[in-house]
Design a protein around this ligand. Structure first.
Ligand SMILES: NC(=O)C1=CN([C@@H]2O[C@H](COP(=O)(O)OP(=O)(O)OC[C@H]3O[C@@H](n4cnc5c(N)ncnc54)[C@H](O)[C@@H]3O)[C@@H](O)[C@H]2O)[C@@H](O)CC1
Ligand SMILES: Nc1ncnc2c1ncn2[C@@H]1O[C@H](COP(=O)(O)OP(=O)(O)O)[C@@H](O)[C@H]1O
Ligand SMILES: [K+]
Length: 495
């Protein structure tokens, strides 16, 4: 089985680095390996004889640049190196690394970015501490304007390693070579777009150390959850595969629930029922076949249905209406301790009332699936949850606050569990930004939970399968297509 891909934050990587040094590999040796990886990568991009300019910063990112520059001269390239600031200010390992370079040290701001075959960006990596200003800013702007290929060392300079945000201005890299693991900025937007394809170079920091210092943040891919995907046995019957209940909105708002219901059925929930207000039974009946239908009059109706313990997973929110009745339905569901997915109106109905959800979901597997707008409305008045610049941090805090798995949607969907495990998704496509796509996602997650998949894994798998389905279709995708594309994705996963 492939191990899940660990993502370490800059500070976790610093600790892993330190621990590796304590275990006997020197800091300068780690830097040499990093520099080697950069030179090897550059060699794949341009042939010997080509012109390369290396822009080096004052820290270890710059040191990687010095080492790579020296190696590339030895391999027959025409290399020019420019430093930000003065070389007498380099200290420790950085000063040691700079000794490898015996050529001229120019000023980074004077480098001929327009007249080169490759730029190596070694200005800043994980040590970026503030916004880029003055000469540094101009250097980055000139580099970007050159239109030449840029290889970023560790991460594009100006991108914040933790958040993926641009600090003033940032290098738009063609490719990036990073060390030991990817960092959050390689997956979170806009950092992901600035990084280009990212290669991870092994510089000898062991998996055990990486797991000990990180170990909670992952790239969302099948290695994280494929082992818990339901695989029906020969003797399985439908009741063993769970029964998902999806609450429908009123007579003119029923499509969202049906989209979720169909997705739950496609992902393998043995039975799926739409719980419909009496006035919408006719329209729902006209559109449902394999999915079953039951009348459900508000919170009391839901309470009655949930007396049957076989309904083991529930979707509340899509087109349900923003009002106290929806809040009361959420309360009924929480009280019944069923696996629960809350989306859309079920979240917005709590606008300004998030304190009512404090710790509310600790007792049953629950997934909340807001997009940014819903998240901001739900947690209005809670700066501790809204203010962190990192999407990762906002999702993590909200998961701890509510006791639910918090799935913060977008091109870089973050899935955070209250126990700290977090995943960032990256296989999406902008074609998923279409009406009803989120409703389908809810159904996939609930359908997995109905089959006994734990909330965090169900959310991660649901997001990945949803995105894979969308990406496999591409232009013209509408929400109705998504559930029909799920079997193709499952077939690959369950091979
Ligand atoms: N385990 C790893 O990941 C390894 C990482 N290494 C490299 O080490 C780098 C981290 O090195 P450092 O911690 O020295 O950090 P950086 O080299 O990223 O930058 C720190 C330096 O930049 C200055 N600085 C920060 N923000 C600035 C701004 N906005 N304007 C002007 N100056 C600014 C700081 O004062 C400091 O001198 C990584 O990115 C990577 O390239 C490798 O050398 C070895 C192993
Ligand atoms: N640019 C994008 N790239 C990848 N996925 C996206 C992008 N924009 C939106 N999505 C995904 O599309 C879905 C849209 O959900 P949502 O906003 O709830 O839509 P709706 O309310 O119409 O159902 C989410 O899963 C989201 O992560
Ligand atoms: K860099």
């Amino acid at each position: 089985m492939t191990a899940p891909e660990l993502i370490l934050t800059p500070s976790e990587m610093k600790q892993a680095d330190r621990e590796t040094v304590e275990s006997g590999i020197s800091g300068i040796e780690l830097m040499r390996r990093a520099g080697h990886a950069v030179a090897d990568h550059a060699e794949k991009l341009v042939s010997p004889g080509a012109r390369i300019v290396v822009a080096a910063g004052p820290g270890q990112n710059g040191s990687d640049g010095f080492i790579a520059a020296a190696l590339l001269v030895g391999r027959g390239y025409q290399v020019r190196l420019g430093l930000l600031g003065s070389s007498d200010r380099l200290t420790g390992d950085a000063a040691e690394a700079a000794k490898d370079w015996t050529g001229e040290i120019g000023r980074a701001e004077d480098l001929p970015f327009h007249e080169t075959d490759l730029v190596i960006d070694a200005l800043f990596g994980t040590g970026l501490a503030r916004d880029l200003e003055g000469a540094v800013r101009l250097t980055v702007e000139r580099m970007n304007a050159s239109g030449r290929p840029i290889l970023a060392v560790d991460l594009p300079s100006g991108i914040d390693g933790d958040t993926g945000e641009v600090r003033g201005v940032a290098v738009k890299a063609t490719r990036t070579v990073t060390f030991a693991t990817r960092k959050p900025c390689h997956l979170l937007m806009p950092g992901r777009a600035y990084s280009g394809p990212v290669e991870v170079a092994d510089i000898g920091i062991g998996r055990k150390i990486l797991e000990a210092k990180g170990g909670t943040l992952f790239a969302n891919n099948p290695a994280l959850w494929n082992h818990v995907l339901p695989r029906p046995g020969l003797s399985s019957h439908k009741y063993e595969r769970g029964h998902t209940l999806v609450a429908s909105g009123g007579a003119t708002r029923t499509g969202a629930a049906r989209l979720a219901a169909r997705a739950a059925l496609r992902i393998g929930s043995g039975l799926v029922t739409v719980a419909s207000p009496p006035e919408a039974l006719g329209v729902n009946a006209a559109h449902l076949t394999a999915v079953m239908l039951r009348g459900c009059d508000g919170p009391e109706g839901l309470n009655t249905i949930l007396q049957d313990p076989r309904f083991n997973a529930l979707v509340l929110g899509p087109a349900l209406g923003i009002h106290a009745g929806t809040r009361a339905m959420v309360a009924v569901a929480v009280h019944a301790r069923r696996s629960l997915v809350l989306d859309a109106d079920a979240l917005t109905s709590f606008e300004g009332l998030a304190t009512e959800l404090h710790g509310a979901f600790r007792h049953a597997p629950t997934v909340l699936t807001p997009h940014d707008g819903e998240f901001n409305r739900l947690f209005k008045g809670h700066p501790d949850l809204l203010d962190p610049a990192s999407k990762l941090e906002r999702a993590r805090r909200a998961a701890v606050y509510t006791g639910a798995v918090l799935l913060l949607k977008g091109p870089d969907t973050v899935i955070a569990a209250p126990d700290g495990r977090t995943a960032i998704n990256e296989n999406g496509t902008p074609y998923l930004a279409t009406a009803g796509s989120g409703d389908t996602l809810c159904g996939l997650i609930a359908g997995l939970m109905a089959q006994g998949v734990p909330a965090f894994e169900a959310a991660c798998a649901g997001v990945w399968i949803h995105a894979q389905a969308g990406a496999s279709f591409g232009p013209g995708l509408i929400a109705e297509d998504l559930a029909e594309l799920v079997p193709g994705v499952l077939r690959e996963l369950l091979k």
